[in-house]
Design a binder for this molecule. Structure first.
Ligand SMILES: [Zn+2]
Ligand SMILES: [Zn+2]
Length: 407
């Protein structure tokens, strides 16, 4: 065997070996093994996937009509960015439950952008505010929302009222929990601003444009980060601002309300109301399709209808009369992974028995059980002193603690 043949043989063996190693991971994912996990997952399990530095993940947490139901909460979209920032766009009633399924510590969920003050777009703000404190959010809640025709129709007025409504709840948390998160910082901006910057931090810019929906004081949002754009209509009739400012965005989430025919057949509205609700108060599926044809996003996402086996084909038929581009019709827990190269759409598999995630900062020691009772209420207490003593003793022994019974 001469030298050159030997070298040739070695090189060929080496190349074969490298090719084999390169092929191995690919091969492994395609082969079933009775003891290994499958590699390619077609569902999203919250809390198990890293977000790449250039990636945006959007989760639909509320996609239904204004009346909430088990399958679909009211409007809410979570946007998570590869730089660590997280934003909520609308927080309609029922959506807080879906949000908790995402397994995100509450400290990261303190930025909320409200498109308008219908309860199906901000009805769970109370649950995020107070519930967040109870689940250890130690940072103030930050809320952005539009002005209205008068100060009483604006976001600040609504949040002031919410705080008054929940005064008893907030007050009774003091002395019991770490209440640093009870503060709400409201930024009310002019609803008439066109493409106005309302947020600019950490490489993220969020702009508002006016929306046309039931009264002055409704807006849509456009988030821009790292060359990616996410647009969210909240509620609106098709309008010139959206058409001008959302052209070619990566993810275009726009309402596509139930068609007049669905409202008539399934919800038994009067014909005049079925038409005006779908076509004038909201955007009907055919109008939604037309808007998407005019703006050509990378992916059009329709929401704000009851998405069922019977309504989905009807909605699709309507939309396809006016739009033939990329489309997803959202339902709760639909997940969009967006990068410059790809948009992946999956459903999340959620854990019904989720517990609140650990806080990011240590909890402050509560100063002790608050006692703000009047003599009247106090006189009703059945002390059970022996039992209470024994519960404390049992707990202290089991946990090697030394917590005294409050006096
Ligand atoms: Zn509305
Ligand atoms: Zn709505």
């Amino acid at each position: 065997m001469n030298m050159s043949f030997l070298i040739q043989h070695l090189v060929r063996s080496l190349l074969f070996y490298v090719a084999f190693l390169l092929a191995l991971p690919l091969h492994a994912t395609e082969t079933f093994s009775p003891v290994k996990a499958l590699m390619n997952r077609d569902v999203y399990y919250p809390g198990t996937e890293d977000l790449k530095p250039d990636e945006m993940r959007v989760v639909a947490l509320g996609t239904g009509q204004p009346t909430v139901r088990p399958k679909q909460a009211a409007a809410c979209f979570l946007v998570e960015l590869g730089n660590g920032d997280k934003f909520l766009f609308d927080i309609g009633y029922g959506s807080m439950q879906r949000l908790s399924a995402m397994k995100i510590p509450m400290d990261y969920l303190n930025k909320v952008f409200i498109g308008h003050l219908h309860m199906d777009h901000f009805g769970d703000l109370d649950a995020l505010w107070i519930g967040g404190v109870k689940m250890n959010r130690t940072y103030p809640l930050r809320v952005w929302g539009p002005s209205g025709a008068t100060p009483e129709m604006g976001t600040k007025y609504a949040i002031d009222g919410l705080q008054r409504m929940l005064n008893w709840d907030a007050a009774t948390l003091k002395g019991l929990l770490d209440t640093r998160g009870e503060q709400i910082q409201v930024t009310e901006f002019d609803f008439k601003g066109v493409n106005q910057v309302i947020y600019k931090e950490n490489g993220v810019t969020i702009r508002s444009i006016p929306a046309v929906h039931t009264a002055d004081g409704a807006v849509s949002f456009i988030l821009e980060w790292n060359g990616l754009k996410f647009a969210y209509s909240s509620d609106t009739f098709p309008n010139k601002w959206w058409i001008e400012h959302t052209k070619g965005v990566d993810l275009s989430v726009h309402e596509s309300f139930a068609s007049p025919q669905i409202l008539l057949d399934k919800q038994r509205y009067r014909p005049e109301l079925a038409l005006s609700l779908s076509v004038f108060k909201h955007t009907s599926p055919q109008q939604f399709g037309k808007v998407m044809s005019m703006t050509k996003p990378r992916l059009a996402v329709g929401y704000h209808f009851y998405n069922d086996h019977d309504t989905l084909p009807l909605m699709l038929d309507e939309i396809r009369k006016t739009y033939d581009g990329p489309l997803a019709l959202a339902t709760d827990y639909m997940v969009f992974n967006v990068t410059k190269d790809d948009i992946r759409v999956r459903m999340a598999a959620v854990d019904e028995e989720i517990w609140p995630s650990d806080p990011t900062r240590p909890k402050e020691t509560a100063p002790g059980v608050g006692d703000t009772f009047s003599d009247f209420t106090k006189s009703g207490q059945e002390p059970m002193s022996d039992l209470v003593e024994s519960i404390y003793r049992e707990f202290n022994e089991a946990n090697r603690t030394n917590v005294p019974v409050p006096k």
